[in-house]
Design a protein around this ligand. Sequence first.
Ligand code: NAD
Length: 428
Amino acid sequence: MSVEIIKQDPFQSMIDRFNIAADLLDLEESIREKLQRPEKQIVVNFSIVLDNGKRQNFEGYRIIHNTALGPSKGGIRYDTGVHLNEVKALAAWMTWKSAVTGIPFGGAKGGIICDPSLHSKTELEKITRAYTKALADIFGPEKDVPAPDMGTGPDEMGWLMDEFSLAHGKTVHAVVTGKHLHSGGSLGRVEATGKGVSIITLLALKHLKIRPYKTTVAIQGFGNVGLHTALFLYQKGLTIVAVSDISGAFYDAEGINIPELILYYNLNNKSIKGYTKATVIEPEKILSLAVDVLIPAAKEDVITKENAAAIQAKIIIEAANGPVSSGADAILHQNNVLVVPDILANAGGVTVSYFEWLQNSLSESWRMHQINTRLEHILTKSFESVFAVAAKRQVTPRIAAYIIALQKVAINQEVNDVTIDSSKYKLN
Ligand code: NAD
């Protein structure tokens, strides 16, 4: 499959789906406009002194899409490809994700244009602290609560909490989630998104009456989300036949030994490059393999109208945000590919982030069992409600998820703004 992938604007992909759901809900023009636009868009510029003594400038963003359901919540991405419309789309998806799962948060997202692999730990700490300082009045446990995303993890979240706490003269654990345990993090947060993706994958298989044992899976991306998804599915007896990361892709028809690959990855500077116990394949081939389940867990717009027809998987689980662009939706639907949308599939992350925020706010520490049970319960309930609306309205699970989210946010938005008859949106 060597077609040229024309990147679609992720914000446009969000709007395309939004409009289909909004039409079905007969959403008024004024509320439609309000929910499409972010509440706040902040661009920050700052500089740090690098290890070599030179000064480098950075541009960062924080987009607060909507706060009708609660404080805005969303990760921070460090990547050279970060741009305003990407962050705007990611922020809106956070709003819909929290609404679909019933988590009392709004949606936000942040990003810094940088290549984290080119910076030392000291430089990354300086970048994170400078970004936090610039946004110290925006963040807050009841205002806007960041979390990790591509290129960031517990270290960055710890630095952010520390810098915010310094700016406010007291320790504020609940300002950010995804922290290390010793900084007030929650058990299960690191693996939460992958765990959630695996729960949703098993529910999707059950929905299609496919037995999980020996079901074949291909996973694009072997970072926080891809790695944990691979591990949980492997532990459930699925056969992970292919994985990839930015450095390349590997295939083994008999199944890749995921614990062994993780060991290799940890000893190999967090990369699967050079793994010898599977066959090297062309990176883009991972999307068109004849597998039961395809899990894009890297970035947006990897499945587009140019390559959608080549997808052979029966199910796509959107572990990444926005991996399928809206131009591909109709083709996948026609070809009977079940797409479980990002705003449901990867919601395990925001769910356990909510648990972390709650534990911080209540000065509690929950046990692993409590976290896993609650996570499974919330995701199962969300999956069932999305698939029930899809069946009732004869729409795809993605449009069903948007319908549920838009209804919830629209009602609360109107309650917040003015007193309007919100019963008109109770259409499910
Ligand atoms: P990460 O930085 O930990 O990992 C990203 C992975 O994708 C890496 O393995 C990288 O090598 C790989 N990658 C990048 N470009 C690629 C390409 N062109 N082909 C193949 N692999 C490529 O990031 P993450 O936290 O795992 O996030 C991945 C996706 O999941 C993003 O879309 C993110 O928004 C989404 N997500 C993350 C979380 C979370 O809790 N971290 C929660 C919800 C959604």
